[in-house]
Design a protein around this ligand. Structure first.
Ligand SMILES: [Zn+2]
Length: 495
């Protein structure tokens, strides 16, 4: 085990705390995975990259990490509420597929996208539908402890009763008494004693496809229950770290805390970690808001608001360049800057391999490694570590230009530090493809050729050919503007 001084911001205490695992060298890490009813978008990439960094760094420090990331394939209802259609079942109905076909299809695509982003596979990837028995058992334990009630074949968590013995809202800071406000009068809601109560088990309507037998009749588990049940099954009733996006903090994680306390009489999690959201022009990005761009669209450049295709490593680097607790705003400019930055970093690593050592060093690089560790030990502060690496890129380029020199010891230490942090911990793989750049170059070459042909036609007063070219380009949303300096072009709708 490496000596370290790792501090983690715990969302529960809102403080930076020293990381002390329950049973070193083992670390239990649970992260809420995707609900598989559509393609992963940029919002899914952030928790994936964030907790991949946590996983990689803990392993690098020498911990034996069991990383559990679930697949939600049942029970996640629309609007994250207790009523409405199951997200997976709805997709299945619309596509006329079996729900498990939808699940398989999008799980495979999710894995493919994660692989592109160089996200390490979790140690265990349990599915909610594969753990119905465990969820029923947990609901029974909560009922038995007196913190839930059964109505019409559904079981609800009794928040008011729980709040007499524990504190509901300690993670999100919400107060139970205030949760009555904003309650919408929806079907099924009247079964609840209190609007803050949530479903542990829902009775299946006659048309509901995904259903299992239970002590309360046929039904399906509530969304929050799977993570509590599967976390306890694979990591124990108390484990080290639970992560997820800030959008899951309430109600999902608040409900998880309540369920674990109600069933086991104790908190399940020592450190709660939440990554902030990715915004698009300052607005939240999400499937329900319809302003999301899927990862595939990024990789292909096929979404209308993208100026080019982006390499998965650019997306990864873009995410790592912000601290996980800060918001991160998407724009083409920000991604292009990340692309350039990453190229500079990888270029410097290539240069490092080619540099010849001198007898002595004219620069001191011995502090780089220490500074990078300090940054990551400070709540996984990747952007600060990356800034230190960039400082060294300047040194590397000076050595390449023979303005500075490095001894073989220093050279070796630089190589090791770059490999450790860039490749192993940040997971930025060596080669970055220039796919987007290349197709951009081809398009601009073709446009130059077309405009040149059109110019020649105009010179010869061949208006029909010149208009034909212009109209055909207009048909492709490419506007041609004739000016004194010649013709220029732009793609309409792109800004
Ligand atoms: Zn979860």
């Amino acid at each position: 085990m490496k000596n370290h001084d790792l501090h983690i911001t715990n969302s529960l205490t809102r403080k930076k705390e020293v990381f002390q695992p329950i049973k070193p060298p083992f670390v239990g890490l649970y992260v809420c995975g995707p609900t598989v009813y559509g393609d992963a978008h940029l919002g899914h990439a952030r928790p994936a990259v964030t907790f991949d960094l946590v996983f990689r760094y803990l392993k690098h420090l020498g911990y034996k990490v069991r990383y559990v990331r679930n697949i939600t394939d049942v029970g996640h209802l629309e609007n994250d509420a207790d009523d409405g259609e199951d997200k997976v079942a709805k997709k299945a109905r619309l596509e006329q597929l079996e729900p498990m076909e939808v699940v398989q299809y999008y799980t495979d695509r999710y894995h493919h996208d994660m692989e592109k982003l160089n996200i390490l596979k979790p140690s265990i990837e349990p599915r909610a539908s594969g753990h119905i028995i465990e969820q029923i058992e947990m609901a029974r334990a909560i009922l038995k402890a007196g913190y839930a009630y059964e109505v019409n074949g559904s079981v609800y968590f009794d928040v008011a009763r729980y709040n007499m013995d524990y504190k509901y809202g300690k993670l999100s800071g919400r107060v139970v008494e205030e949760m009555v406000a904003g309650n919408r009068d929806l079907e099924g809601q009247d079964e609840k004693r209190h609007p803050a109560d949530f479903a542990l088990w829902k009775k299946a309507s006659p048309t509901h496809i995904m259903r299992w037998p239970s002590p309360w009749g046929e039904g399906f588990p509530g969304w929050h229950l799977e993570c509590s049940a599967m976390g306890a099954k694979y990591l124990g009733t108390t484990f080290d770290i639970h992560g997820g996006g800030m959008d899951l903090l309430f109600p999902h994680h608040e409900c998880e805390i309540a369920q674990s306390n109600a069933a086991n009489g104790k908190d399940a999690v020592r450190y709660w970690m939440h990554n902030n959201m990715i915004t698009i022009n300052g607005q939240k990005m999400g499937k329900s808001l319809g302003n999301f761009i899927t990862l595939r669209e990024f990789f292909e450049g096929s979404h209308k608001s993208l100026h080019q295709a982006y390499d998965p490593m650019t997306i990864r680097f873009f995410i790592l360049q912000a601290h996980y607790r800060s918001t991160l705003d998407f724009s083409n400019e920000a991604l292009q800057a990340a692309e350039k930055g990453l190229q500079r970093l990888l270029q410097a690593m290539e240069t490092l391999e080619r540099i010849k050592a001198s007898k002595t060093s004219s620069v001191d690089v011995s502090l780089l490694e220490k500074k990078c560790y300090e940054a990551l030990n400070d709540d996984f502060n990747a952007p600060v570590a990356i800034a230190h690496l960039f400082d060294s890129v300047r040194t590397i380029n000076s050595v390449k230009d023979k303005k500075e020199s490095l001894s073989s010891d220093h050279l070796e230490s630089l190589r090791n530090t770059f490999k450790t942090f860039v490749t192993d911990i940040f997971g930025l793989s060596g080669e970055i493809s220039k796919q987007g750049e290349e197709s951009g170059q081809i398009i601009s070459g073709l446009m130059d050729l077309l405009l040149e042909l059109r110019q020649e036609a105009r010179k010869q007063k061949d208006w029909s050919t010149s208009d034909k070219i212009r109209d055909a380009l207009n048909g492709l949303n490419i506007n041609v503007k004739d000016g004194a300096e010649g013709s220029s072009w732009s793609i309409s709708g792109k800004n």
